[in-house]
Design a protein around this ligand. Structure first.
Ligand SMILES: [Fe+2]
Length: 175
């Protein structure tokens, strides 16, 4: 019944919000872990493949950090379907399919991967702010380590695009 739902919603706290956000990210990281090898395999440029493979290894550690956070909270590590990351990854799959064999494939993949990173940067930023308000310094530290990796990955992808991937797609540089 709607009234019961409303009553229980009223008692929800910042801790509840935090745990929901954590589950969302846990689901997202696991999905990203599965998507990155496909993107690495699909990319033409060896540097793009290497960037995706490097981030796949980092993502494994990020999943483990989230599991540590669940443990600190005494909660079971469980994901919650995140339609946002499903949609972003679905768009990445579309690029892989629709641009296969195209000189623009890598530019598309780098852009798709940056959309993933930006989603994660937004979510980790929020969770760190909430953990700070909740006084959970150990959790802030764990999540900050991941946030720095996501930011570094985003920067590396920007550099790859600017270093030639985008110009090759625009036929300004030889492959
Ligand atoms: Fe991540």
């Amino acid at each position: 019944m709607a009234t019961t739902k409303k009553a229980s919603a009223k008692t929800k706290s910042l801790e509840d919000l935090f745990l929901d956000g954590l589950k969302d990210l846990y689901y997202a990281e696991k999905k990203i872990l599965k998507a990155l090898p496909k993107m690495a395999k699909g990319a033409d440029d060896g540097q793009v493949t290497a960037a995706f493979e490097k981030h796949r290894a980092e993502t494994e550690a990020q999943v483990e950090r989230l599991e540590e956070v669940f443990e600190i909270l005494g909660a079971a590590a469980r994901g919650k379907t995140c339609p946002a990351i499903d949609g972003i990854l679905e768009e990445g799959s579309e690029i892989l399919e629709e641009y296969e064999g195209s000189k623009s494939l890598d530019a598309g993949l780098v852009g798709a991967a940056q959309a993933v990173e930006h989603y994660e940067i937004a979510r980790y930023g929020t969770l760190i702010a909430w953990a700070t308000s909740l006084g959970k310094d150990d959790i802030v530290e764990l999540l900050s380590a991941t946030l720095e990796e996501e930011k570094a990955t985003d920067k590396a992808l920007t550099s790859l695009g600017e270093a030639g991937v985008n110009d090759r797609a625009a036929e300004l540089k030889a492959a």
